[in-house]
Write a protein that binds this ligand. Sequence first.
Ligand code: UDP
Ligand code: MG
Length: 323
Amino acid sequence: MIRLGIVLPCYNEDEIIMDTYSKIAQFMSGLIANDKVSADSLILFVDDGSNDGTWELIKELIQTDKQVRGIKFSRNFGQQRALWAGVTAIAKKVDAVVTLDADLQDDYLVIDEMLEAFQQGSDIVYGVRNCRDTDHYFKRVSAELFYYLMKKINPQMIKNHANFRLMSKRTALLLDEYAESNLYLRGIIPLIGFPSTKVFYSRKERVAGKTKYSIHKMIHLAIDGITSFSIAPIQWTRNIGLSTFLFGVFYAVYILFQKTFNHPVPGWSSLVLSLWLLCGIQLIGISVIGEYVGKIYYEVKRRPKYIIEESTIDLNEETIREN
Ligand code: UDP
Ligand code: MG
């Protein structure tokens, strides 16, 4: 029978964590009762440095339910790192791991389908949204643009899949081999290449609390997603630069022609225009290169991906520590 681990990253989720727990625990009992997963399956909450009462509530749950485990980060390291920590901590103890947002916007009921796919031999089962109706206009448009760019850069990337997925033990264990500190799981996992399938679901509205992703955080995640997987943006800027240069050459020929055969026209507007355009292109080029240099800077420092302040899951042992 499958020993399942469900990993839920939480950042300031004290408004919903109890509700989330009761739904997931009830769902898990159903799976156990139907012999789909074993009775020693686990629910792991990763507190990503919350500054509300999230960790106190997780500790309460750990006391009352022996299926529950918790990891607390010393500060906010971001959802990707929380997922990474949770998955790598639980990987040795379970046969399959499901990662899920703590606000349960993703439909946890399809975990059932994920388990079936896993039993039929899929190592990775991606939860894919079948529509984006619950997103506001800006998020829908930016997601379209993002996936359009990502498909060019990383063709393996799965559209409308975020962090809701099932991974087999061997997939989850493999994550430790990726030494990069700039984590972007939904880009890395498809590159592993193990057998995979998708299950479709519709994403719900958040029931309480606010999104932890501001526009600023979303833009950062998107830039990380793009620059972690390819140097294509550098090549794009090179191509833009080359095209601009070629255009300049033709334009120079045209101007010489005008100067020789027609009356020269004082060209203030074209001069100013080209100045702005070219300065803009140069700055974009420099910033793209700067982004990569910055990434190298972070990687060479080899700082830890996250710092665990408290944990009730034994991070080294294969066995499960009793409460
Ligand atoms: N989250 C996290 N660290 C962060 C931001 C978010 O662990 O720095 C968690 C958050 O608690 C939630 C999940 O990641 O469980 C998804 O976040 P959210 O619901 O705010 O994102 P959205 O659904 O709006 O994209
Ligand atoms: Mg959410």
